[in-house]
Write a protein that binds this ligand. Structure first.
Ligand code: PLP
Length: 364
């Protein structure tokens, strides 16, 4: 069986077909709705350890629980960071990984900011490519893809190391086949505009670390329950930043407005790619700080969208602020968001040339 679900006997592949193991060498495929993002895993992982001041060799192994000392630094002091990006399987049967080297570089920046051992770029690139090669037959055709999740954790067994870095670490890569986020159409999202709390701190906002997601969880669950929103747009002190797992953009026929890079928010690869494509298409790019007050001046005429690996570019239809619902334009998905998303997907799916060199082909 090529794929395995958490603790279960089912896996999912090839754009929504359930692979059910009935007997050791007897596989059937049934069409069912795609499993929830991130709940189905390929049956192998790659893993490497940092000990005595250096990285060991990476190994391919069956997906399995990790034996970890209960005093591991990560459990107590949150020394962890991760990445998320996708491999696409084209008509020619080969896989292409989107912005692999940029994601590896972001992982290195995250590790550095957490004082974790920094993975060598070649080591991590090799771990990802080996896993994609191993699981090539489990990569569904576009618009589905293989989501890749490198993760780095501090494993030093020392509960007295609250103010000291973990000098031991484990790096592993998981692979998870995922479906098309827009299978049911691009439904515009509803966001709570929250100007009283932050999703991270000034120094860790651009680090892809678990603590940021923990900080965003409570406000997001609260907002879902109270206002029926999909996500929270974090705007501490009125500074419009991002949601719990995506960047925020305003888009008109001529211009894209989004926050300039600083350490308060995650520097999304999708954001960077959309801005580059938009520039190619003649849009003016305005990377500038803006306030909640300005946001509400613009939304009658600008489209709003969230960018991220999982959903590419998702339209935002409604903002909730001070208990009031404010539509973005007419509340529907806008044409510019649609155009930019399609331009990016065309490159990822192999329908348009990769003029910026964003794709890494995995040799078989
Ligand atoms: C907090 C946060 N912001 C933005 C993004 C979008 O980043 P990317 O486009 O690299 O997926 C993500 C997703 O990884 C995220 O978790």
């Amino acid at each position: 069986m090529p794929l395995r679900e958490k603790g279960g006997k089912y896996g999912l592949a090839n754009g929504g077909r359930l692979m059910a193991k009935l007997a050791p060498r007897f596989l059937i495929q049934i069409r069912i709705p795609m499993a929830q993002f991130g709940t189905v895993f390929c049956d192998h992982m790659t893993i490497a350890r940092f000990e005595n001041g250096s990285w060991g060799e990476a190994a391919m192994q069956p997906l399995a629980p990790l034996p970890l000392h209960p005093a591991s630094h990560v459990f107590h002091y949150a020394s962890t960071c991760f990445e998320g990006f996708k491999a696409y399987r084209w008509q020619d049967g080969k896989a292409r990984i989107f912005r692999l080297h940029d994601h590896v570089a972001r992982m290195q920046r995250s590790a550095k900011s957490l004082y974790l051992p920094i993975p060598d770029a070649d080591l991590l690139v090799g771990m990802v490519e080996d896993l994609v090669r191993k699981q090539i037959d489990d990569i569904p055709q576009p618009p589905s893809s293989l989501y890749l999740r490198p993760t780095l954790i501090g494993t030093l067994p020392n509960i007295g190391a609250a103010a000291a870095p973990s000098t031991e670490a484990t790096l592993f890569v998981l692979a998870s086949p995922v479906g098309d986020y827009f299978a049911g159409g691009a439904r515009p999202l509803k966001l709570l505009v929250a100007d009283t709390f932050a999703r991270s701190t000034e120094q860790l906002g651009s680090t892809k670390t678990g603590g940021n997601y923990a900080a965003a969880l409570g406000p997001t669950l609260d907002a879902k329950e109270k206002y029926g929103v999909d996500q929270v747009l974090f705007c501490p002190g009125g500074d419009v930043q991002e949601t719990g797992a995506a960047n925020f953009l305003l888009i008109s026929d001529e211009e894209i407005i989004t926050k300039p890079l600083n350490t308060s928010f995650l520097h999304g690869m999708t954001r960077a790619s959309i801005l580059t494509l938009a520039r190619d298409l003649g849009y003016r790019i305005s990377e500038r700080d803006f306030t909640v007050a300005e946001l509400f001046e613009w939304v009658p005429t600008y489209e709003a969208a969230l960018s991220g690996t999982a959903a590419t570019l998702t339209p935002v239809g409604t903002l909730v602020y001070n208990g009031e619902e404010i539509p973005v334009r007419d509340g529907n998905a806008g044409p510019n968001t649609d155009k930019l998303r399609k331009a990016l997907q065309a490159i990822q799916y192999g329908d348009a040339p990769d003029t910026h060199g964003w794709l890494t082909e995995v040799s078989l």
